[in-house]
Design a protein around this ligand. Structure first.
Ligand code: ZN
Length: 230
């Protein structure tokens, strides 16, 4: 895996330009950062485990920044999952976020950031999970890695096939609503996974402190690929 990680770093550093992952009509100056980490005192009066309350905070950040998309969250420690039983096991809370989230309106198109083929897709329906999810596989020379797109609409996984190619810049799917995505304010969860470890249509999107060393390597910062201003 070490070799793949260094190959990935090599590949991602070959491009210096920002790659948009949502609707191309939304320009880069319409994006702003959002901090949902436990260290952010501004979120203490919002119960982020409730989608309406989380959306209120997102709307506040978007309004303050005159933005359409709020994004961030790689390796952010969050309280977002505190009420989701599937996220905590005795003594090891999984609350460290392994992707970047892009919070925007439902139905916003998701644009393929790097050409790839559908590895797998699935509707992960358990509350607090991803809802409709697509994983793309990217094979470039000696480098193989995967990208995961979570919280999509049901339509996004209706007409796709394993092995289908999506070229960079083409629409891969759309953001799901709170009912479909399962109980979050609408957003895209975007994550890079080097070794998919046999998972299909799913891969852990959060980890615990004691597994962070492995996951932070196997799931490098998605912004290495996207080059969004942080
Ligand atoms: Zn996420």
């Amino acid at each position: 895996m070490k070799r793949m990680i260094s190959k990935f770093l090599e590949f991602s550093s070959s491009n210096e330009k920002s790659t948009l992952i949502l609707d191309r009509e939304i320009q880069l100056d319409q994006y702003c950062n959002i901090d949902l980490g436990i260290g952010n005192r501004l979120i203490q009066s919002f119960d982020l485990t409730k989608p309406e309350s989380c959306q209120r905070y997102i709307d506040k950040v978007l309004a303050e920044n005159k933005a359409t998309v709020a994004y961030g969250g790689y390796l952010e420690k969050r309280n977002l999952y505190a009420d989701k039983a599937s996220f905590s096991k005795l003594g090891s809370d999984r609350n460290i976020h392994l992707g970047i989230d892009f919070w925007a309106r439902s139905e916003t198109p998701v644009v393929t950031p790097v050409t790839g083929k559908v590895h797998s897709f699935k509707n992960n329906k358990v509350a607090g999970d991803y809802g409709p999810t697509i994983i793309l596989k990217h094979e470039l020379d000696e480098l193989t890695f995967h990208t995961l797109y979570g919280h999509l609409s049901l339509d996004s996984i209706l007409d796709i096939e394993i092995g289908q190619e999506f070229e960079k810049g083409t629409v891969l799917g759309r953001l799901g609503t709170t009912e479909i995505n399962v109980n979050y304010a609408p957003h895209l969860h975007f994550q890079i996974v080097i070794d998919i470890e046999g998972f299909e249509g799913d891969y852990p999107g959060v980890c615990s402190e004691d597994t962070l060393q492995f996951y932070s390597k196997n799931c490098p910062d998605p912004n290495l690929l996207l080059k969004m201003p942080l």
